[in-house]
Design a protein around this ligand. Structure first.
Ligand code: KG4
Ligand code: ZN
Length: 344
């Protein structure tokens, strides 16, 4: 089966062609970072308009690179939820129209399910059950993955997503947008122990505020970084070395928060494997720390490469292909949905 996948849920327009089960014939992503950078975050209306401009040329490029034409395509799939409603509508409506006009089966994919399965593209036989973390600009959610299509959400962020915290802290430090990759780079020259930011406390201990066992919280950390920054900047100009120290200390804390929850969940749920995905899963410190922590605990870690961590259409094509091969198709009347969790 040759499947065409389209992803447009946030600020990346992406088109991929996959030969099932998982040979990626093309995987094109057009980032909109330069459009949103001066606003310090994604502007939904601008994102939808850009998707409209990009989706046709990207489809042409993806088909060309895959060396196939529309008549060779056996199924068309697209992200239908969750994300920015106007953005999803562009890719979803385009995919439906293509499927209708070319008489191809169509399937609408949940973006989170795409992230949760991204690791399968490059890894064979990931054991079930495993722990899956989606950690991006919009989500920080931990799942018990029982088998393909069977997810149980164990916990999620109570406030900011990890990527959102990265973007907000980068803005505060005057580093630009998107903040994750910039902080990742700058933190390499900083001291992660320079500033001590405390971890959120969990309901099992005496707590200032209580959050669920497998939940996350990043807004307290963001505020602590802001207060620290104000304290130092009140004394004069902040050197680039100090900015690097703040970035490294912030990142160190984010990595600790995420890593502890993953290891705890894997241990308590008796899972021998962990996968992570989403933009923040591209973070070099998180990847390095998780490799060590999983090794120490006898857990197998399956990391997608960077291009499958951040938003892409290959993961959507992979999930759509699996459903289409099970004989499942979506009706062309299915709506775009802004908020739709899985495994709840
Ligand atoms: O998965 P993604 O591409 O889009 C969403 O579905 O949200 O994730 C984007 C988020 C942004 O917040 C960005 O700052 C963050 O992922 N990000 C990173 C890195 N690369 C992207 N965060 C930390 N380190 C990175 N290397
Ligand atoms: Zn995403």
């Amino acid at each position: 089966m040759i499947i065409l996948g389209i992803e447009s849920s946030c600020d990346e327009t992406a088109v991929a062609v996959l030969k099932s089960p998982k040979e990626i014939l093309s995987n094109i992503v057009a980032s909109q970072d330069e459009i949103h950078a001066r606003f310090g975050g994604v502007v939904p209306e601008l994102a939808s308009r850009r998707h409209m401009e990009m989706v046709v040329p990207l489809l042409e490029q993806a088909l060309r690179e895959a060396n196939v034409s529309l008549k060779d395509i056996d199924g068309i799939v697209a992200t239908r939820a969750p994300g920015l409603i106007g953005s999803i509508l562009v890719g979803l409506s385009f995919a439906k129209a293509l499927a209708y006009a070319n008489k191809k089966p169509f399937f609408g994919v949940n973006h989170l399910e795409g992230h949760l399965n991204a690791a399968h593209i490059e890894h064979e036989n990931i054991p079930y059950p495993h722990i899956g973390l989606v950690v991006s600009g919009g989500h920080t959610s931990l799942y018990l993955v029982k088998e393909f299509g069977k997810y149980k959400m164990l916990g999620a962020t109570r406030d900011d997503a990890a990527g959102e915290a990265y973007d907000k802290v980068a803005k505060l430090l005057g580093l630009g947008y998107p903040g994750g990759p910039i902080i990742d780079r700058i933190a390499k020259s900083g001291n992660p122990k320079a500033f001590k930011f405390s971890l959120p406390r969990f309901s099992t201990g005496a707590s200032v505020f209580e959050i669920g066992e497998y939940d996350f919280s990043f807004s307290g950390l963001k505020t602590a970084v802001m207060l620290q920054f104000k304290k130092i900047s009140g004394k004069g100009t902040i050197s680039s070395d100090t900015v690097a120290d703040i970035a490294a200390s912030f990142q160190h804390t984010v990595v600790e928060i995420i890593c502890r929850q993953i290891i705890r969940a894997a241990t308590e749920k008796k899972c021998k494997a962990v996968i992570i995905s989403g933009g923040v899963a591209a973070n070099s410190a998180l990847r390095a720390r998780l490799i060590d922590a999983c090794n120490e605990n006898g857990i197998k870690l399956f990391l997608p490469s960077m291009k499958y961590c951040t938003d892409n259409a290959a993961m959507i094509a992979y999930v759509g292909a699996r459903y289409l091969e099970m004989g499942k198709v979506s009706d062309l009347s299915i709506p775009a949905i802004a908020n739709e969790e899985i495994g709840v």
